[in-house]
Design a protein around this ligand. Structure first.
Ligand SMILES: Nc1ncnc2c1ncn2[C@@H]1O[C@H](COP(=O)(O)OP(=O)(O)OP(=O)(O)O)[C@@H](O)[C@H]1O
Ligand SMILES: [Mg+2]
Length: 287
């Protein structure tokens, strides 16, 4: 079977901030439609800078970016943001309307000319993101987690082809992380391309198949998350800790049990551990 052609090609991209900071150095990378990718790396590695080049918020100092084989160099931010939805690290940099309802309405405005239709769709979005009760509230008066949710809703309601999240699980409680996982799962089923910047190794290890690791403006590794986050060398270099599932399977193999090299899910490793414990208990009882 022929491999599908890439959706995004980043070719030799540099970015130097006006103050002279070289934040991206010769970045090359291809992304296929429907992929789900984590971008990881230390603070200041260049992750946010890289994704800001994807919707034209900043323009590379050198190199090119192609989406569907079109060079995005000549395209306006307005045009690009229809295709690439970027959810910021800090929601207050993204939200600006006087109320939660207005925020969603503004996002949808140029997709629905008819006022009644616009209102219906706005109501639908508020409901599906569980934001109805904050409808009249100023986005400035939401909690951190709530404003993050509004920021996500205001981009996702436009249904862009590529979704880019900058640290979506930061400051979210377990429930919100769970609903975020459901949300991206749905996008995956729709064959949307999803890029997620995260420092959360547990989350990436379990849910994101491919990881790109950055350091000092460069890509230092790109491959299956299972391999990258199982590597002591790579995780240490990026100030990350090995995922707990991985640590547990290493400890088990040290203790003489079968090594579980391919397990990334907490659920599977828990089941395995339960089995070991049950066998142990049965054998103690039999003694
Ligand atoms: N507006 C700016 N002007 C000058 N330098 C900047 C600016 N924004 C970021 N930088 C610098 O560019 C480099 C990359 O920053 P970037 O925000 O892309 O890192 P990051 O990987 O997203 O880090 P974090 O995990 O802390 O969010 C850093 O050295 C940072 O200090
Ligand atoms: Mg960042």
């Amino acid at each position: 079977m022929m491999k599908e052609l890439p959706l995004i090609i980043i070719d030799g991209v540099d970015y130097i901030y006006p103050n002279g900071t070289a934040a991206l150095k010769n970045i090359s990378l291809t992304i296929h439609k429907g992929e789900m990718i984590a971008i990881m790396g230390k603070n200041g590695a260049g992750k946010t800078t890289l994704i800001r080049t994807l919707n034209g918020l900043i323009r590379p100092t050198a190199g090119d970016i192609f989406i569907n084989y079109e060079n995005i160099n000549m395209k306006s931010i307005a045009e690009l943001s229809q295709r690439v939805g970027l959810i910021f690290q800090n929601p207050s940099h993204q939200l600006f309307a006087n109320s939660v309802e207005e925020e969603i309405k503004f996002s949808l405005k140029n997709l629905y000319q008819d006022n009644e239709e616009l209102q219906l769709k706005t109501d639908y979005v508020l409901k599906s993101f569980n934001l109805e009760k904050y409808r009249e509230r100023s986005p400035l008066n939401l909690s951190g987690g709530e404003s993050k949710k509004l920021a996500i809703a205001s981009i996702m309601c436009r249904d862009p082809e590529v979704l880019v999240f900058d640290e979506p699980t930061l400051g979210q409680d377990a429930n919100e992380i769970e609903s975020f996982i459901k949300l991206i799962d749905k996008e995956k089923k729709k064959e949307k391309t999803v890029i997620i910047i995260t420092h959360n190794v547990e989350f990436a290890f379990e849910f994101i198949p491919r990881t790109i690791l950055m350091a000092e403006g460069q890509i230092i590794a790109d491959g299956p998350t299972l391999n990258i986050l199982s590597s002591n060398f790579l995780t240490e270099r990026s100030s990350l800790v090995l995922p707990q599932t991985r640590q547990l399977s290493l400890a088990l193999s040290k203790a003489g049990f079968q090594e579980l090299t391919n397990i990334t899910s907490r659920h599977e490793i828990t089941e395995y551990l339960m089995k070991i414990l049950e066998n142990k208990i049965t054998s103690i009882k039999e003694e």
